[in-house]
Design a protein around this ligand. Sequence first.
Ligand SMILES: Cc1ncc(COP(=O)(O)O)c(C=O)c1O
Length: 376
Amino acid sequence: MPSCLYGSRGLTLASGRGGVVTDTTGREYVDFFTAHGSALFGHTHPRLVSALNLAAGRPWTIGMGFDDDIRSSLLEKLGSLLPDGKAYLCNSGTEAIEAALKLVTLARPERRRILALRRGFHGRTAGALSLTFNPHYRRPFQSLLFEVEHHAPENLPGVVDESVAAVFIEPVQGEGGVYPMNPALGLEISAACQNAGALIVADEVQSGFGRCGAMLSSSLTGLAADIVCLAKGVAGGLPVGVTIWKGSLGDFPQGSHGSTYGGNPLVCRVAHEALALLSEEGLCEKAGNLGESFRARLEAIDSPTIKGVRGLGLLVGVQIEGRSAPLVRSLQGHGVLALPAGPNVVRFLPSFAAEPDHFERVAETLEEVLALGNPA
Ligand SMILES: Cc1ncc(COP(=O)(O)O)c(C=O)c1O
């Protein structure tokens, strides 16, 4: 028997292509869930499949002590996203955050305070869970966690001083309800951190790698990141996490961190191809434009249940009156996969492969389902 950790969606998916998945009965769904946003390039993208096939015929895992040309190229490209940047590869978002926590501790050893935002989500391993705000996730494990101060975004500039080692921020909060950082406030927070010598860690696990309309969503929200964490779509859905930091912060001393699977050739080849796709096909710009017109389309829906539409690029949230989970179930019943972001927000995480017709179908389905009355 599976553990009851995850509620069942009651569907068995048999295949997927681009922005659509098909269940075992042959029914098609527009996929705006994309495995928690990790199928960022859509399903079975031919170039990613081909990179994976090629990699599958070579050693899958070699250990980081052995060199690999594609991995070196990937690390260089990812590192170049920050000044004189370096990059570390692991297997998930929460691991990328754990590595960032260690970097902060190494770079600011004399400072004790770590700040994060109310509504923030940073993962579920002990370090990352300490940063995550939702008491529902934290409370049972409180004894394992270290102290983090959670603040409202607008209060951050006033509370950052020279005792603060780092501030962890999602440029667009995903799980907490889809709240993009106001760019003017982002600039204010960046100035306050710069003045105090506090580091900004941008958690872009959900919002980065092009999803929101730029390679790094911190660049769209006024945040001058010292450290960036990526994961989810970096390898099109294969397990991966990335921590990138400015070279001025120094480096991990040998042996101070590590991962058996991190940087394995299989994942690196797919991530390398994904990175090439991003630039060759102008996917960041496309995501920004498609997201903007999708939000405008959703805003035009005339329903008293909708209380607001928020987001950036292909990370979109619809605030509703009533509970989001039943509405997500109802959308699924009508051929659309989405997910909740907190109790009252329906979240859409389309892939780069989503077509104009898919956006229209999702908007029409939401309209239809709302007209039936939210089953909440
Ligand atoms: C912003 C953010 N940080 C961290 C995580 C944790 O990532 P993972 O589930 O890969 O450990 C998530 C997962 O949803 C996330 O959205």
